[in-house]
Design a protein around this ligand. Structure first.
Ligand code: GLU
Length: 267
């Protein structure tokens, strides 16, 4: 089976060096194996996504010398696919409406009985009412249905510990799908065989594995890479004042040289 990878940025801001690193890794894995590299714009968050960021992302990737195969896919054009997946899970009675506000959840989490960083299940048995709500996955029920799950990361088998993520949101109050649902549905729909992305998404991959099992989707191989750090060992992010790719490009820096340095591990 030929390799298919993807870069899936959210157009909520400008790309920085960490994004470039990730895009290059995913691109090279495909190119080295004669596979396909896809570009997917994760723009389901209608309030934070901006078309001008999409144009900048495209320019940034070209500047780095990266090419992708086929048309760019926009998640905002695929909402009916996420709705169908949600419906499937709802029919399995694995979703429930959650009416909690952010403030209520924060308050529940700061309660002095055990520091659980996951949603405490407040609405799990609430009667349905006419109020804004998101849809959460009843994780314990989902896992009871799936049985033991595993996936591979860098070829090593990882046992599933999705329970630790709690009852994650699969459809938001303000958006018809959450990242977890859309990314899982799309990786399968686009035939992605190898997911190459940052280590910061390792934990939530457990959730994605459960969603794949519930929806009967194929399981890609995962290759979570370490996050790019600066000379001081700190993660490179905007808060450290690192320039965006667009700023470097506009300052006349050669993007292919930047890409070559990143490939050589020199930040
Ligand atoms: N859209 C996600 C982000 O920009 C990445 C999705 C993924 O690679 O799974 O952080």
């Amino acid at each position: 089976m030929s390799v298919v990878t993807r870069f899936a940025p959210s157009p909520t801001g400008r790309l920085h060096m960490g994004h470039a690193f990730s895009a290059i890794r995913a691109h090279d894995v495909a190119r080295e194996r004669n596979g396909r590299f896809l570009l997917r714009i994760e723009d389901i968050d209608g309030t934070r996504s901006r078309p001008e960021h999409v144009a900048t992302i495209v320019d940034d990737l070209r500047w780095l010398g990266l090419t992708w195969d086929g048309e760019v896919v926009f998640q905002s054009a695929r909402l009916s696919n996420y709705a169908a997946a949600l419906e499937q899970l709802r029919e399995m009675r694995l979703l429930y409406r959650c009416y909690c506000t952010r403030a209520e959840i924060a308050e529940a989490l700061s309660a002095p009985h055990g520091a659980v960083a996951v949603y405490p299940g407040t609405c799990r048995h609430s009667p349905a009412r006419d109020a804004p709500h998101c849809w959460r996955l009843d994780m314990a029920a989902a896992l009871a249905r799936c049985g033991d799950l595993s996936w591979t990361d860098h070829g090593r088998v990882v046992a599933n510990e999705a329970l630790a993520q709690g009852d994650v949101v699969l459809a938001r109050k303000d958006a018809p799908a959450s990242y977890h649902l859309a990314v899982t549905v799309d990786d399968a729909a686009q035939g992605v065989t190898d997911v190459v992305r940052g280590r910061d998404l390792f934990e939530v991959t457990h959730v994605h594995r459960v969603v794949q099992a519930l929806l009967g989707l194929p399981v890609p191989r995962y290759w979570h890479h370490e996050l790019l750090v600066g000379a001081d060992g700190e993660r490179l992010a905007k808060r450290h004042g690192a320039p965006t790719l667009a700023a470097l490009r506009e300052a006349g820096v050669d993007g292919r040289e930047v890409a070559a340095r990143l490939r050589a591990g020199v930040v």
